[in-house]
Ligand binder design. Structure first.
Ligand code: NOJ
Ligand code: CA
Length: 559
C-alpha cells in the first residue's frame, strides 16, 4: 500500500459534508439559500478540510418532502439558481479540492412529475407501467409505512382509474417500478446527465426500497430476478461514465444484508454505505457511559472488499433513527437525550442535534467528534455540526435540524439579508442561536469547536490508517473506555475515548510493539513510551480522548 493510493480510491479517507442549498447561504436576499451563496461559502468548507460535498436534492420539487419529491430530474429548482450556477459551483468546489455528489432519488417521483400525471390519468398511458398498480383492495399495510404520522398504508387509491398505486413514503411519492426496463433506462440517463455536469457520484436514496419488487405483478418481477444484479449494473455504468465515481447508499439494514449491498467481497455494488447500526449503538453507549454497545457493533461489522467503505456519522438530515435498538434500549436513549415527546418522532427517533442532547457540554461534544473521526470509515458531517448548531423543535419532525446555517451573530445569523419572516425557515433561537453559535466568531477563536474540528480533520487526513486500515479493539479494564488500534502498512494509530465523566488511567498493550516503540499524541503535545511487552498506561480526563501514533526511532510518518 502506498500513500499515493489514497488519491485513487479517494472515498476511503474522504471527509463528506452534507448540506441543503436552500438553507446554506442566500445570496440574492430572497430568504432562500442558493447556489451562488453556496459558491461564496466554499472557502469555509475548504478551510474546514472537507473533501466531498453531498448536496441534498436541488431539483424542481412539489415540496412535500423537502426536495425528496422530484418533479423534473434534469433541472435545478429555480429558487436555488440555474444549471449554469450549479456547474460554476461544482467547478469552484473542484478547484478548492472538493468533489461534489448529490442525492439520487429514484425510488419514487413526486406525484406531480409528468410521468405520474400521465400514468394516473389512464391505464393506456405510456407511463402507466413506470409505477406499481393494483386493481383490488389492498390489505392492511399500516405496519409497513415509513412515515406513520402521515400515512396509513403503502397503497393509495387513485380515483381516475379506480386503482391503487404503491408508495413506500408519502402518498405524494409514488414508487417507480424498476422491473420495467424503460424505468431503468431513465435512471441511467439521469445519472449520466449529472455526471456529465461534473458530479463525482451519488448518495443513493432508500436503496432497499428502490430494489424491492414487492407489489409488482409476477410477470414483470420474473424479468427482474436479482436486484443485486441491477445494483451491479448501476455501479458498472457509473464506472464507465466516470472511473472514480461513487455510490454512497442509504441502507438502514442489519450488517449481513449491508454486506450484500456492497456486493460482498467483490465490492461491485455500492461503493459506500452509512453505518446506521454503529451510529445507533454509539448513542446507546453515550447514554450509558459504557463503550460496550459501540465496541460490539464495530466488532460485528462484516468484512468488506478493500475498495468498499463505511460512512460513519453522528447526525444526518433525518430523524436520529434508533430503530435497530431494542425497545428498552431505545427508551434509555430517549430518556437520556430526548425525554420530551416533542423531541421524538415516529416512535423510533429523535429530532435533536448532538450538542443540545449533551446539554451543551463541550467536553462531551468534542469527545464524540473525536470518536467520529477516529473510527474506521469515512466520516460524514451534516452542515452546522462543525460549529455545534442546535435544533428548532418547533419546526417539527425532520425539519427541526434543517434550519439556516449560522454564519455570524448578526441578523438572520448572516444566512440572508431578507426580512426574518421571509426566510425559508426560521433561524434557531435560545441558547444555540447565532448570537452564541456562528462561524465568524469561531473562525477567530483557536479554542472553538470549529478550530477543534479542523484539527480532527487534518489529523484524520494525515492518518490514512483510519480510513484504510485494519481495525482492532484493545483490551483494557474500564467499561467507559473505547480503545482501538488502526493499522495500515507501516502506520498504526491508537485511539482512546472515555465516555464517562470520571478521569481514568487506561492500561493497555499495543500488539506487535515493544520497547522500540513510542506513542506520540496527535491532538496535543505528549506521548508515552511502550514497555518491552508493548504495554503502556494512558491517562484520560473525564470525557477525554487521545489519538496516538505508534512510532519508532527511524519512523518517517508525519508527527
Ligand atoms: C430518505 C431521505 O433521507 C429522507 O429525507 C426522505 O424523506 C426519504 N428517503 C424519501 O425520499
Ligand atoms: Ca436566494
Amino acid at each position: 500500500m502506498r500513500i499515493t493510493d489514497t488519491s485513487d480510491l479517494w472515498w476511503k479517507n474522504a471527509v463528506v459534508y452534507c448540506l441543503d442549498v436552500e438553507t446554506f447561504m442566500d445570496w440574492n436576499s430572497d430568504g432562500i439559500g442558493d447556489l451562488e451563496g453556496l459558491a461564496q461559502r466554499l472557502d469555509h468548507l475548504a478551510d474546514l478540510g472537507i473533501t466531498c460535498l453531498w448536496l441534498m436534492p436541488f431539483y424542481p420539487t412539489a415540496g412535500r418532502d423537502d426536495g425528496y419529491d422530484i418533479t423534473d430530474y434534469y433541472a435545478v429548482d429555480p429558487r436555488l439558481g440555474t444549471l449554469g450556477d450549479l456547474v460554476e459551483m461544482i467547478r469552484t468546489a473542484n478547484d478548492r479540492g472538493m468533489r461534489v455528489i448529490a442525492d439520487l432519488v429514484v425510488n419514487h417521483t413526486s406525484d406531480q412529475h409528468p410521468w405520474f400525471q400521465s400514468a394516473k390519468a389512464s391505464k393506456d398511458s405510456p407511463y402507466r407501467d413506470f409505477y406499481v398498480w393494483r386493481e383490488d383492495q389492498p390489505p392492511d399495510t399500516s405496519g409497513q409505512v415509513v412515515f406513520p404520522d402521515a400515512e396509513e398504508g403503502i397503497w393509495t387509491h387513485s380515483p381516475e382509474t379506480d386503482a391503487w398505486y404503491l408508495h413506500r413514503f408519502y402518498a405524494e411519492q409514488p414508487d417507480l417500478d424498476v422491473t420495467n426496463p424503460r424505468v431503468r433506462d431513465e435512471i441511467a440517463k439521469i445519472m449520466g446527465f449529472w455526471l456529465q455536469l461534473g458530479l463525482a457520484g451519488f448518495r443513493v436514496d432508500a436503496v432497499p426500497f428502490l430494489l424491492e419488487t414487492a407489489g409488482v405483478d409476477e410477470d414483470s418481477a420474473a424479468h427482474f430476478p436479482d436486484p443485486h444484479e441491477y445494483l451491479r449494473a448501476l455501479r458498472a455504468f457509473l464506472g464507465r461514465r466516470t472511473g472514480s465515481g461513487v455510490l454512497l447508499g442509504e441502507v438502514n439494514l442489519p450488517f449481513e444484508q449491508q454486506a450484500e449491498f456492497f456486493g460482498g467481497q467483490d465490492g461491485d455494488e455500492l461503493t459506500m454505505q452509512f453505518d446506521f447500526n454503529t451510529m445507533q449503538q454509539m448513542y446507546l453507549s453515550l447514554a450509558r457511559c459504557d463503550a460496550g454497545p459501540l465496541a460490539a457493533s464495530l466488532a460485528a461489522r462484516p468484512e468488506i472488499s478493500p475498495d468498499s467503505q463505511w460512512g460513519t456519522f453522528v447526525r444526518n438530515h433525518d430523524e436520529l433513527t434508533l430503530d435497530k435498538l431494542g425497545d428498552d434500549e431505545r427508551a434509555e436513549v430517549f430518556a437520556a437525550f430526548g425525554p420530551e415527546e416533542e423531541m421524538q418522532v415516529y416512535d423510533r427517533g429523535l429530532i435533536r442535534r448532538l450538542p443540545p442532547m449533551l446539554a451543551g457540554d463541550p467536553r462531551r461534544v468534542r469527545m464524540v467528534y473525536s470518536l467520529l473521526f477516529s473510527l474506521p470509515g469515512t466520516p460524514v458531517l451534516f452542515y452546522g455540526e462543525e460549529i455545534g448548531m442546535g435544533e428548532d423543535l418547533s419546526a417539527g419532525s425532520r425539519l427541526s435540524v434543517r434550519t439556516p446555517m449560522q454564519r455570524t451573530s448578526g441578523a438572520n445569523g448572516g444566512f440572508s439579508d431578507a426580512a426574518a419572516e421571509e426566510l425559508t425557515r426560521p433561524v434557531v433561537d435560545g441558547g444555540f442561536a447565532p448570537e452564541f453559535v456562528n462561524v465568524a466568531d469561531q473562525r477567530r477563536d483557536p479554542d472553538s469547536l470549529l478550530s477543534f474540528m479542523k484539527l480532527l480533520i487534518r489529523r484524520y487526513r494525515e492518518s490514512p490508517e483510519l480510513g484504510w486500515g485494519g481495525f482492532q479493539l484493545l483490551e483494557q479494564p474500564h467499561a467507559a473506555v473505547l480503545a482501538h488500534l488502526c493499522t495500515w502498512d507501516d502506520g498504526a494509530l491508537v485511539a482512546v475515548h472515555n465516555l464517562g465523566a470520571e478521569p481514568l488511567s487506561v492500561p493497555l498493550t499495543v500488539p506487535g510493539c515493544g520497547a522500540g516503540h513510542r506513542l506520540e499524541d496527535l491532538l496535543t503535545a505528549g506521548g508515552a513510551q511502550l514497555a518491552d511487552d508493548g504495554s503502556v498506561e494512558l491517562a484520560l480526563e473525564g470525557y477525554g480522548y487521545r489519538w496516538l501514533r505508534v512510532v519508532t526511532e527511524d519512523s518517517r510518518r508525519i508527527l
